[in-house]
Design a protein around this ligand. Structure first.
Ligand SMILES: [Zn+2]
Length: 224
C-alpha cells in the first residue's frame, strides 16, 4: 500500500516527465491521485510541472475545496473530480496539452480511426469533447457522457485528459495518445489512411476486453 508521501513523490516524478517530454509547456497541465480517505492529492495552479517539490502539492475534498497545502487549487480540478465520481476504478488523472493531439483537438478531429492494432487494444478510441471554457461546469457536462467508456479524451481547442488505475497508467495513456496523434498526422501528410477492417477491429476488441478484465481496469464497462 502506497503512503501519501509515495504518492507525492510519484506526482513529482511524472510531472517532471510530462514537462521533459514536451507534453506541457510553462505552467500547463495538472496531475492528481485519489487517496484512501476519499480526498485527492493534486498539483497546484500556476506552477511548472517540471519544477515542483512534494510540499507544493495540495489536498482537496470531493467538492474541490482545499483541505491542506500552501498553494492554490487549479480551476481544472473540477474535470478531475468529475472523472473520479464517474469512474470508481480510476486512481489517477493526468491533464496536458500535448502539441500533436491538441492539434487534432483544435482541428475538431477525434482520434477514432483504427490505424494501429496496439492502440485499439490499449486505448480503444479517443473521442473529442466539444469546446467549453476550461474549469467550468459546462466543460464537465461535455466530458461526462464520454468518461465511462474511454480512458483518454480530447477536448476541443484545449488539450487531453487521461486516467487509469494508477498514475503510471494515466501517464502512459497520455504518451500513447500523443504518439498515436503523431502517427495519424503522418497518414494525413501522406494523404492516405488504410484503417483496420471491422473484422480485425472486432478481434482486437476481444483482446482488449480480456486485457481490461486481467488488469481489473474498467470492470463492468462495455465496449469502448
Ligand atoms: Zn488545460
Amino acid at each position: 500500500m502506497k503512503t501519501e508521501q509515495d504518492h507525492r513523490d510519484e506526482i513529482i516524478r511524472f510531472g517532471e516527465l510530462l514537462h521533459r517530454t514536451g507534453l506541457v509547456a510553462a505552467t500547463d497541465g495538472n496531475l492528481s491521485v485519489r487517496l484512501t480517505d476519499g480526498t485527492f492529492l493534486c498539483t497546484p495552479t500556476a506552477m511548472s510541472k517540471g519544477l515542483m517539490k512534494p510540499d507544493d502539492l495540495i489536498i482537496v475534498d470531493a467538492h474541490g475545496h482545499k483541505v491542506s497545502g500552501q498553494r492554490n487549487v487549479s480551476s481544472e480540478i473540477a474535470m478531475h473530480l468529475l472523472i473520479y465520481r464517474n469512474r470508481p476504478d480510476v486512481g489517477a488523472v493526468v491533464h496536458a496539452h500535448p502539441p500533436t493531439a491538441t492539434g487534432f483537438a483544435a482541428a475538431g478531429m477525434p482520434l477514432d480511426s483504427a490505424l494501429c492494432s496496439e492502440i485499439v487494444i490499449t486505448l480503444g478510441t479517443v473521442p473529442l469533447a466539444n469546446y467549453e471554457t476550461p474549469g467550468t461546469p459546462e466543460l464537465a457536462e461535455e466530458l461526462a457522457p464520454l468518461v465511462g467508456d474511454h480512458d483518454a479524451i480530447l477536448m476541443a481547442n484545449h488539450g487531453v485528459v487521461t486516467y487509469g488505475e494508477d498514475l503510471l497508467t494515466a501517464y502512459m495513456h497520455m504518451e500513447t495518445v500523443e504518439h498515436y496523434a503523431k502517427i495519424a498526422l503522418v497518414t494525413h501528410m501522406l494523404g492516405k489512411q488504410q484503417p483496420l477492417s471491422d473484422t480485425h477491429v472486432s478481434k482486437l476488441r476481444e483482446i482488449r476486453q480480456k486485457y481490461l478484465a486481467q488488469n481489473h481496469v474498467g470492470a463492468g464497462r462495455g465496449e469502448d
